[in-house]
Write a protein that binds this ligand. Structure first.
Ligand code: GRF
Length: 195
């Protein structure tokens, strides 16, 4: 039996993807160990959830910006993740664009889950973009993170139908069900290859 893959998770919101990972790990179906759960927002529910599981957490100090972190704040975050012993960084609803401190600390070792079939609908509220575009199918993507916005190499995708009468909320909920299958599966596959 190989030892569990040490991962850190960053999120800015609800943390339902983190929860899916934590449930799978607790059930013994996902060989990962959470070294740190971090957030740019002190009140993000993902942090409360991680604390309730007794996991170490990290909260960034308030930032002047909305879509990125100051270099010194991002550097401190990168150091904390490195010090935790993580081999892989998982972005699960982390709402800031990554810059050099994190990208250089974990080259080729950061993955993200995005709520569309990339390269379609990059950026914010991708489920709403899909509805507005009138497509009949959308989905979710797990991809490697590089300096581009939602543009790194795609690892895996799951398709989700857009149904008549869908609202942004109902479509996002259906996409999230797929995310909660896809992200654990990708990590399971990476762990199995000895990442
Ligand atoms: C997900 O839809 C993810 O694809 C996007 O942000 C959302 C995060 O949801 N990047 P949660 O915080 O994991 O519930």
């Amino acid at each position: 039996m190989t030892s569990p893959l040490p991962i850190a998770v960053l999120g800015s919101g609800r943390g339902s993807n983190f929860q899916a990972l934590a449930l799978a790990a607790a059930a013994g179906s996902l060989p990962v160990r959470f070294t740190l759960v971090g957030s740019d927002l002190a009140h993000a529910p993902i942090l409360a959830h991680a604390r309730s599981l007794g996991l170490p957490t990290y909260t960034c100090p308030p930032s002047r910006f909305k879509t990125k972190l100051e270099p010194e704040i991002e550097s401190a975050l990168a150091r904390a993740i490195q010090d935790s012993g993580a081999r892989l960084l998982v972005l699960a609803g982390y709402m800031r664009v990554l810059k050099a401190p994190l990208l250089e600390a974990f080259p080729g070792r950061i993955l993200n889950i995005h709520p569309s079939l990339l390269p379609a609908f990059k950026g914010l509220a991708a489920w709403k973009q899909a509805l507005d575009a009138g497509v009949s199918e959308t989905g979710c993507t797990v991809h490697w993170v590089d300096a581009s916005l939602d543009g790194g190499p795609i690892i895996a995708q799951e398709r989700v139908p857009v149904l008549p009468g869908d609202t942004p909320e109902s479509l996002h909920a259906r996409i999230q069900e797929a995310e909660h299958r896809l992200l654990p599966q990708v990590l399971r596959d990476l762990a199995a290859t000895g990442f």
